[in-house]
Design a protein around this ligand. Structure first.
Ligand SMILES: Nc1ncnc2c1ncn2[C@@H]1O[C@H](COP(=O)(O)OP(=O)(O)OP(=O)(O)O)[C@@H](O)[C@H]1O
Ligand SMILES: [Mg+2]
Length: 410
């Protein structure tokens, strides 16, 4: 095995602080071939020398005039918690050394010191520092990886809900298409059975029905294309009432709607909200589907919108004990504001559950039933539009989600 000393730029850095020249210089002579050495004769001089540099191990005299070694230890540790510190003590009692250990020192040496003991103590401290550096590097990489994974899942989930909108549109187009096909079959049978002498009135009525169903298909596809175009063009405004109606139609096809009632109350004065139309639909579908899934019992879900002529008060922004408010830091609290409520009379949530619902992957649904990303998406999309989300809930009574979104004045 080679025992070449490491190149100076790879060497660990040792900070030696002692107000006595003798021990300072003897440590310098002992270690300058192995480590990069910084020497200081006081606490303030040591802090100045350490400024902007990475120190691996510090050797600090405990008793120094002005700033003591223990005080200096605290300051150095505050800058770099992984710093390895060895205290030097001459006549101090064990208590002072123990205090230093409690303050984060890893070892202490008594003066006058034996060379082999000092060499071992510093060698061990350097090894511990290296290990700590490697561990903290790995844990940082793990955190980064976790964030990356979260982002990927979020993107997949966004794509999934967009796909759900698409599937619902396809589903809705499916029913008029089936109707059209049945109507055409009836028409064909009529024409065949009467050998060209079909009743023109009856044919006309059938054709009118076909026309109606074709119109429905076209309207649905056009609306979906409009949303797709809006997203592509980054258009950030949408008429609120049309969105409510679209959500209503889209969730009606969702299996969660079966057995439950959904009611919409549009705005009395239809306003434009400053949010991308697809984003608003995605937010509302997530909230309405959650509301539909809030209890297995048949229940009622209300989707309503209104506007506020004054900004929210401090109290309303803060969130009371039985509510959670999300997005306050980016919210533009300027009137008029659109407020959209999604309410249910389902099982409701306890304050403990409410505190967790915006955490990624939190779900109380059966395994495989919920990803726990729905509300993360809601919070992110609403945050992009500088909106605010308030949740009120009580066990046994139900839940209300309220969105506040700035209005586009035209
Ligand atoms: N209206 C509601 N009533 C009761 N609990 C709710 C309601 N909305 C949300 N929750 C709670 O918040 C949790 C998180 O909701 P979120 O939409 O983020 O995920 P999920 O619905 O469980 O899964 P996913 O949305 O991926 O299907 C739910 O599992 C549920 O416990
Ligand atoms: Mg959900």
């Amino acid at each position: 095995m080679s025992s070449e000393p490491p190149a100076p730029n790879e060497r660990p850095t040792l900070l030696i602080v002692d107000d006595e020249e003798g021990p300072r210089q003897s440590l310098n002579v002992l270690f300058k071939g192995t480590y990069n050495i910084l020497l200081a004769d006081s606490g303030p001089a040591a802090l100045a020398a350490a400024e902007g540099r990475k120190i691996d191990v510090a050797v600090l005299d405990i008793r120094m005039d002005g700033m003591t070694g223990t005080e200096l230890l605290g300051k150095l540790k505050a800058r770099d918690p992984l710093l390895e510190v060895i205290m030097l003590t001459a006549y101090e009692t064990m208590d002072t050394a123990k205090e230093a250990i409690r303050g984060g020192a890893c070892d202490y040496l008594t003066k006058p010191f034996e060379i082999s003991v000092v060499r071992d103590a510093i060698g061990n401290a350097v090894a511990r520092r290296r290990l700590a550096d490697r561990l903290s590097g790995s844990s940082l990489r793990l955190i980064e990886l976790q964030h990356e994974l979260n982002d990927i899942s979020l993107r997949e989930e966004l794509a999934r809900t967009q796909n759900e909108i698409y599937e619902s549109v396809m589903h809705d187009i499916g029913s008029p298409l089936t109707a059209i096909s049945v109507l055409i079959q009836i028409l064909n049978q009529d024409l065949a059975s009467t050998r060209g002498a079909a009743d023109p009135k009856r044919v006309h009525t059938q054709l009118q029905k076909v026309d109606q169903q074709v119109g429905r298909c076209i309207a649905l596809s056009r609306r979906y294309l409009d949303y797709a175009r809006q997203r592509a063009s980054g258009q950030n405004e949408v008429m609120v009432n049309q969105s409510l109606r679209d959500v209503y139609e889209l969730v009606a096809a969702n299996p969660a709607a079966r057995g439950n009632t959904v009611e919409i109350t549009p705005m009395q004065v239809d306003l434009k909200a400053a949010i991308n139309g697809t984003d608003l639909i995605q937010i509302l579908i997530n909230l309405v589907v959650n509301a539909l899934q809030s209890t297995p019992q048949p229940h009622h879900v209300k989707l309503s919108a209104d506007y506020l002529v004054s900004p929210l008060t401090e109290d309303e922004l803060g969130g009371g004990s039985d509510e959670v408010v999300i997005g306050g830091d980016r919210f533009i609290n300027e009137a008029p504001l659109v407020v959209v409520h999604v309410e249910d009379d389902g099982d409701g949530m306890s304050p403990e559950i409410m505190a967790k619902i915006f955490a990624p992957y939190f779900s109380t649904k059966a395994p495989g039933k919920g990803t726990g990303l729905g509300l993360v998406i809601v919070a992110r999309l609403l945050g992009n539009a500088h909106g605010l989300l308030r949740v009120n809930s009580a066990v046994g009574t139900g839940t209300r989600f309220s969105l506040y979104i700035p209005v586009v004045l035209s």
